[in-house]
Design a protein around this ligand. Structure first.
Ligand code: HXC
Length: 258
C-alpha cells in the first residue's frame, strides 16, 4: 500500500511509523487512520519486525482527530459509520509492542492514540491534553477511560473538563509517560528501547504485553492467575531454557522464539 499520510521504515527489527500530515499537525483524518491501521497490521505480521515505534513530528505527535473532517457530520453519520472503531482496532489487536515517541502536541485523539500504545516516551516539549470540551464534544477513542486509569480520577477530570494541557514533566510525574528526554534524543531513545525489546524472546515479549494489558481488564485475583499460568507456560519454551542456561553459563542468551 502506498501511504500518503504516514511514513514507514523498517530498520534493525524495528518498524518506525511516522505520522506525516505536517499541514494539519498530524490531525487524524480517515485516510491517516486507515493507513495507520494497515501499517500496524503489516508490521504485526512481518517476521522481520519485533517492535514498533509510533511517532509524529517535533511540533506534533498528533493534534487530535481532524476537526475539519468531523465538523459537519451528523449523529447518524458517525453512528452508522461507527466512526473511529474499525481504524483503532488494528492497534489494539497488535501483539507486538508499540512504543509511542511523543514530541510536541498530543491532543484529543492524539493523546488517546499515544495511550493506546504500550508505553510512551516523551520529549521535554511534549504537551498532552483532552481539549475536546472546547469543541462541545468529548474524548472518543479511550481518553476518559485510559487517562483516568493512568493518572487517576482527579487529574483526568481536570484535563477533560478544563481542556488544559499537561507538560512532559507533569506527564512523567503522573505516570502517563515512562520517560522524558531532550527533544533531540527522542528517536534515539525510542530506537534504543525498541532494539532492546527486539533482542528478547518474542514469546516472553508477547506474554508480558498480554499480562500487563490484562491488568486493565480484570480483577486482581484473575489477573494474578492469568500471569501465573503464563509464567508457568513459558517453562515449555526453549527460550526459557536458553535464558536461564545463559545466565548460569555467564554468556549472552541467543533466543530463537521457540
Ligand atoms: C484539523 C488541525 C487540527 C485538528 C491543528 N490543525 N489541529 N486541523 N484538526 N485537530 C490545523 C490548523 O487548522 C492549522 O491549519 C494547522 O493545523 C496549524 O495549526 P495552528 O492552530 O495554526 O497552530 P498553533 O497556533 O501552533 O496551535 C496548535 C494547537 C491548535 C494548539 C495544537 O492547532 C489546536 O488547538 N488544535 C486543535 C486541538 C484539538 O482541539 N484537538 C482535539 C480535536 S477533537 P491551517 O490550514 O489553518 O493552517 C478530537 C476528538 C477525539 O481529537 C475523539 C476520537 C478520535
Amino acid at each position: 500500500m502506498a501511504y500518503e499520510t504516514i511514513v514507514v521504515e523498517v530498520e534493525d527489527s524495528v518498524a518506525l511509523i511516522r505520522l506525516n500530515r505536517p499541514e494539519a499537525l498530524n490531525a487524524l483524518n480517515s485516510r491517516l487512520l486507515e493507513e495507520l491501521a494497515a501499517a500496524v497490521s503489516a508490521a504485526d505480521s512481518n517476521d522481520k519486525v519485533r517492535c514498533i515505534i509510533l511517532t509524529g513530528s517535533d511540533k506534533a505527535f498528533a493534534a487530535g482527530a481532524d476537526i475539519r473532517e468531523m465538523a459537519d457530520k451528523s449523529f447518524v453519520d458517525v453512528f452508522t459509520e461507527d466512526l473511529f472503531t474499525i481504524s483503532t482496532e488494528a492497534i489494539l489487536r497488535c501483539r507486538k509492542p508499540i512504543v509511542a515517541a511523543v514530541s510536541g502536541y498530543a491532543l484529543g485523539g492524539g493523546c488517546e492514540l499515544a495511550m493506546m500504545c504500550d508505553f510512551i516516551i516523551a520529549s521535554d516539549t511534549a504537551k498532552f491534553g483532552q481539549p475536546e470540551i472546547n469543541l462541545g464534544t468529548m474524548a472518543g477513542i479511550g481518553g476518559s477511560q485510559r487517562l483516568t486509569r493512568f493518572v487517576g480520577k482527579s487529574k483526568s477530570m481536570d484535563m477533560h473538563l478544563t481542556g488544559r494541557f499537561m507538560d512532559a514533566s507533569e506527564a512523567e510525574r503522573s505516570g502517563l509517560v515512562s520517560r522524558v528526554v531532550p527533544s533531540a534524543k527522542l528517536l534515539p531513545e525510542a530506537m534504543a528501547a525498541a532494539r532492546k525489546i527486539a533482542e528478547k524472546s518474542a514469546i516472553s515479549v508477547m506474554a508480558v504485553k498480554e499480562a500487563v494489558n490484562r491488568s486493565y481488564e480484570t480483577t486482581l485475583r484473575e489477573g494474578l492467575l492469568f500471569e501465573r499460568r503464563l509464567f508457568h507456560a513459558l517453562f515449555a519454551t526453549e527460550d526459557q531454557k536458553e535464558g536461564m542456561g545463559a545466565f548460569l553459563e555467564k554468556r549472552e542468551p541467543q533466543f530463537r522464539d521457540r
